[in-house]
Write a protein that binds this ligand. Structure first.
Ligand code: HPA
Length: 273
């Protein structure tokens, strides 16, 4: 199903009427990382099901709400819980909120996720700044009729994760004495975890981490001129690296263990950009 430009506007108008101020920064909080939104005081919360054309988040570790708050001086609109391709949504539905953020005035988007570590120098609980992505899923949120109000038909992805933002994030992490890895994120469709053979393939291709999200939102944001910063929490080593069975429970458990550090890092980043 394709959305019309008017549907994005309708959703943005609905939010504009209910938000006490408009955001300049957007953030998407991935699996088990919604803890950051919970940690904020003085926030406005709007549930997805109330917003015209928004999907519902079917994933248990995703709250399914928009949270608006000031982080330092920065007005930030957070998605606590995102939509995934594996839930059965079209990629246009997955990135719908990003385009609504654009209409509300968002200039910078911070996307976070839980990911499996492919680079064997990584360990569970590490944070990885996303330098770039590899997309093997044969679909794009901008496939189909282009909406020129958001951006051109063909567009550059050479700075998908903005260099300046990455440098700032590195600085913030250093100041907080939080160690930050960096690398390439490979997007796989899921919901099944990868096979060990797929992970070996991804390593050969140059990937450092693997996950089931983030890339569609990154594409939609680049299309409409929003700068993107990507942050992965390495919740497990990817399939076949260790002799262990992968499960969503373990992903959420690790995300929970590092939540205090993540809250600190996210807060510093959102304040500093
Ligand atoms: N693979 C894909 N997605 C993930 C993983 C993984 O190992 N860990 C967390 N999200």
């Amino acid at each position: 199903m394709a959305f019309t430009y008017e549907q994005y506007v309708e959703s943005a108008e609905y939010l504009r009427e209910r938000l006490p101020f408009l955001p300049r920064v957007g953030a998407i909080l991935g699996s088990g990382l919604g803890i950051y939104a919970e940690s904020l005081e003085e926030k406005t919360v709007i549930r997805y099901e109330e917003i015209p054309h928004f999907c519902r988040s079917t994933n248990e570790s995703h709250a399914g709400e928009l949270v608006l708050a000031k982080v330092g001086e920065n007005p930030v609109l957070m998605m606590s819980g995102r939509f995934h391709y594996f839930e059965g949504y079209s990629l246009e539905q997955v990135v719908f909120p990003v385009r609504v953020m654009k209409l509300l005035g968002v200039e910078t988007l911070v996307v976070t996720n839980a990911a499996g570590g492919i680079n064997t120098s990584f360990t569970e609980g590490d944070f990885m700044l996303i330098d770039d992505y590899i997309k093997l899923v044969d679909a794009s949120p901008t496939r189909g009729e282009n909406l020129p109000q958001f951006g051109p038909r063909f567009f550059d992805m050479g700075n998908a994760y903005d260099r300046e933002l990455r440098a700032k994030a590195e600085e913030v992490a250093k100041g907080l004495a939080i160690s930050l890895r960096h690398g390439v994120y490979a997007w796989m469709g899921g919901p099944q975890f990868e096979t060990p053979a797929e992970i070996r393939m991804l390593r050969t291709l140059g990937a450092d981490a693997v996950g089931m999200s983030t890339v569609p939102e990154t594409i939609a944001a680049n299309h409409c001129g929003i700068r993107v910063l990507g942050l992965s929490c390495i919740t497990n080593m990817a399939a076949g690296i260790k002799d262990e069975v992968l499960s969503d429970e373990d992903v959420v458990k690790t995300a929970g263990k590092v939540s205090a550090r993540l809250v600190k890092l996210m807060d510093g980043i959102l304040r500093g950009i």
